[in-house]
Design a protein around this ligand. Sequence first.
Ligand SMILES: O=C(O)CCC(=O)C(=O)O
Ligand SMILES: [Fe+2]
Length: 346
Amino acid sequence: MPKRFIAVMDSNLSRFTIPKRSSCSTTQNLYVANCGPAVGVSFKDIESVFGMFGEVIGIYPADETGARVIVCFSELKSAEEAFHALNGRGCGALGGRILHIRYSIPQQPPKANNNDSISVSLVSSELAIPGIYLVHDFITSQEEQELLAAVDCRPWKNLSKRRVQHYGYEFLYETRNVDSKQFLGELPSFVSPIIEKISSFQGRGDYKSQLVDQLTVNDYPPGIGLSPHIDTHSAFDDMIFSCSLAGPCVMEFRKYTQSNLFNTKSSQECLNSSRKAIFLPPRSMLLLSGEGRYAWHHYIPHHKVDIVGGEMVRRCSRRVSFTFRKVRSGPCHCEFAQYCDSRKLN
Ligand SMILES: O=C(O)CCC(=O)C(=O)O
Ligand SMILES: [Fe+2]
């Protein structure tokens, strides 16, 4: 499939909406729920299934969950045929997954919203999301400089807005998973001090070799953020550790509920109810676990300036994060089934 058909950028979110009587009014765009990278269905798979009914001219995430997509056909007839053949039925080519389909229409981009800012917590107790902990000054300035120097003399891989390095296992952005059969080797020795600290922080010194085995280093230019996501449940164990270096950022969290599945309200209305933010200074360590890791989307808004405690904080330097995870060896058994790609969602 040509690359231009696969859209994973924020700017495509909310470009489509579902008409009120969506199963009656037909358009050539289909909103397809229970389908997408977060539930193990790649954009290529979607294109090959829907492509059987006619020319597919675009596939977009319908929202930030990774489990709902918009499939655009060039012709109405193809969308109708796909709707009738696939809606509410188990799709053999997608592992028997039942697709929930509505017709979808393009919508006007929302007007600029001045109420976009929310209060930014400085400590995780104030954030009050179960399982999310922030430790300030987790590493020293000298350790920070050594870690930055180590990654800066290794090759970076360019993504559209930031650069990354992967250790232990390569992270595959299209599936939001790792290729667990392709072990790249032990984590490099320059992160040993950080792993020691993670182990003692967790009181699990005896098991430190088991604690984490995958590292993603992200290098964000000033003002650049990260799209909303939940790290794929089936890909990684419960605890995800992210250490901030060089510059600060504000990380936001959103919790969606199942009732959003076919919600026709504007996404902004749904999101405001459970949206929180925390300031991540350089040298701090963030732990995502439990509910915070499994049920809340995390993301970094693209901002040049953040308002923290009433003060303007400029993001004038790069931010580098070291995210440590443990690749999961069996299915996820979390208690958050509605967000879990190891379970069938239907
Ligand atoms: O930059 C960060 O702190 C977070 C990175 C992240 O969420 C991820 O790699 O999944
Ligand atoms: Fe993440």
